[in-house]
Design a binder for this molecule. Structure first.
Ligand code: GLP
Length: 239
């Protein structure tokens, strides 16, 4: 695992954007794995800026998002579908994007459909990850076993609580989600994990111990041959 320690969040986003630019220069038809949460927002802004400056072209690329709440309508302002359109897809020339359908009537069938799409695309070339304060990646929550394919997951209290800040007091917050399993994440050729802010210092410290804590899903990344962690000083306090 390669670690890049940045001065601040802006530098994290710039560094991650450089990796996306290089990836699409080397392989314009790359398959990108994309994440939600507040951490990637600055990166998506930077990618938009670079797209507008003519420095990156997404026209031949395609993408698969990690996860989506379930059930949720894609038009709901808190859906990850809405988030991705708002922060990235409406602003760049990426036409072929995929997100699990939070409104599917049969979640198991939707997971199978999503797996087939990822496999048909040849798997993911560059996977962007954030990390939950409990160590989740995508919505692979701490557990004793981890499905390899896309699956419906019960969110933990910690994740529900952490994400409640996005929901208004009268808005229903889903307690389940559809998430890419560990298998698709692991088959990604390259993984970039971005970590920012003091609230992530404790979990980052755990990750950097170099020990596979099986109840910390992000620790499984220690086994992948090409992971770059880009972290700011605020999150790297626990060194
Ligand atoms: C969300 C997403 C994850 C994300 C994580 C951290 O629930 N499912 O993909 O990495 O939580 O989010 P944030 O960046 O807002 O801390």
């Amino acid at each position: 695992m390669k670690t890049v320690v940045c001065e601040n969040y802006e530098e994290v986003c710039n560094h991650a954007a450089d990796i996306f630019v290089r990836q699409l220069k080397d392989k314009p038809d790359s398959v990108l794995g994309l994440a939600t949460g507040s951490t990637p927002i600055g990166l998506y802004d930077e990618l938009t800026r670079r797209y507008e400056a003519g420095e990156i072209d997404f026209s031949k690329a395609r993408s698969f998002n990690l996860d989506e709440y379930y059930p949720i309508d894609p038009s709901h302002p808190q859906s990850y579908d809405y988030f991705m359109r708002q922060h990235l897809f409406n602003k760049i020339n990426l036409e072929k994007f995929n997100i699990p359908n939070g409104a599917a009537s049969d979640p198991a069938a939707e997971c199978t459909r999503y797996d087939m799409l990822i496999d048909a695309a040849g798997g993911i070339d560059l996977m962007l990850l954030g990390i939950g304060i409990n160590g989740h990646i995508g919505f692979n929550e701490p557990a004793v076993s981890y499905p390899t394919g896309t699956y419906k997951v019960d969110l933990t209290e910690s994740s529900i609580e952490a994400n409640s800040r996005f929901f208004g007091p009268d808005e229903h917050q889903p307690v389940t989600a559809l998430t890419m399993g560990i298998g698709h994440i692991f088959k990604s050729k390259k993984i970039v994990l971005i970590i920012s802010g003091a609230s992530k210092a404790e979990i980052a410290k755990k990750l950097f111990e170099g020990v596979i804590h099986t109840d910390v899903p992000a620790c499984l990344l220690l086994l992948h041959p090409d992971v770059t962690v880009i972290i700011d000083k605020a999150a790297n306090k626990g060194e």
